[in-house]
Design a binder for this molecule. Structure first.
Ligand SMILES: [Zn+2]
Length: 328
């Protein structure tokens, strides 16, 4: 047994700044899972530790850098530059649009309201509005102050802050949580909050990394891209995410694995950088490296084939609908 497999008790609640219980299931035990660095944006040389819950197997960062958001989300963070989206991103966006179209087509009513949590300048809500003319109100909740003016100019309401602090009398028919839930310290609190913002017939569409994947296993101790270290704080698989959703008053209506090309690309480039074969820096983050789109295209193709063959790539789409009453 080495230091990476030593079971430990998560520190008691008075140790402020550290996780006291599994953020997914609240169990107190965890084992060390991996150590990683910010290989994408090089915001520090710090090592970050991930732990795996002994009960539900969720993997989480501890301590979470909750008070260093400005450092870990630098000005050149990719989500802040939506106009520079690559061809690969545009193809992915198109596939996501097909999924949104199907969800909207199943909804009744002439007056649909849609909320995008972490929606930035509202580009995704633009897509939703273009798909279905019945969408009459669109709301962004995001921490990015710079995105507010652009979102409002596009006709979206904007709340600048955490979704847990978002208050509204409105009830939404569709809520988008696209690669968001893994960025928060308490995913259960977020889901419970959103349940109150959802109509009884509403749907939450979630996209989040899948720990039960080939690349998560291959690169576990070599800066797996799915850690998006140190920005992904809680990572799930199908089973433990379904359980969390159930405890928050949701049932899974539909589930699908989808390609994790960005995680493969980051993992491979991090390995090449470790060997000194490529250079990544704070000035030129990994997504701007010329090899990145080449790798992403190749791995997107590989994962699409694997998905068709029943494989489990490293991202998952989950559609949640409210159950009659929140589970206790
Ligand atoms: Zn757990």
């Amino acid at each position: 047994m080495n230091e990476h497999t030593v079971q430990r008790q998560i520190p008691e609640a008075d140790n402020i700044g550290t996780v006291t219980r599994c953020p997914a299931c609240q169990a107190p035990g965890a084992v060390h899972w991996a150590r990683a660095r910010d290989v994408e944006y090089c915001t520090s040389d710090q090592d970050y530790d991930y732990y795996r819950c002994v009960r539900c197997s969720a993997v989480f960062l501890d301590p979470m850098p909750v008070d260093r958001l400005a450092q870990i989300y630098p000005a050149n963070y990719y989500a802040y530059a939506p106009d520079e989206r690559s061809v690969i991103h545009r193809i992915k966006d198109r596939l996501d649009a097909v999924r949104l179209q199907r969800i909207l087509s199943m909804m009744s009513g002439d007056d649909l309201q849609v909320l995008d949590v972490g929606g930035g300048d509202g580009w995704q809500l633009d897509v939703v509005r273009a798909i279905d003319r019945r969408v009459t109100f669109t709301q962004v909740v995001d921490l990015d102050q710079d995105a507010q003016a652009r979102a409002v100019a596009r006709g979206h309401d904007f709340f600048c802050g955490r979704v847990e602090d978002f208050a509204s009398e409105r009830r939404f028919d569709l809520i988008l949580l696209i690669n968001l839930i893994e960025h928060v310290s308490d995913p259960g609190e977020v889901l419970s909050t959103l349940r109150r913002h959802l109509t009884p017939q509403g749907v939450i569409l979630i996209k989040t990394p899948n720990m039960d994947s080939l690349d998560a296993r291959l690169f576990r101790n070599r800066n797996w891209g799915g850690y998006h270290c140190p920005r992904h704080w809680v990572l799930f698989d199908r089973k433990n995410f379904t359980r969390l959703a159930g405890r928050c008053g949701f049932a899974v209506r539909r589930f699908a694995y989808t390609q994790g090309a960005p995680f493969w690309s980051t993992s491979v480039l991090a390995e090449l950088a470790r060997r000194g074969w490529v250079k990544v820096s704070a000035e030129r983050p990994m997504t701007r490296h010329p090899l990145y789109p080449v790798l992403a295209a190749g791995f997107a193709g590989l994962d699409l084939v694997r998905t068709r063959l029943g494989g489990r790539p490293s991202q998952m789409f989950v559609e949640l609908v409210p159950t009659s009453a929140p589970a206790t």
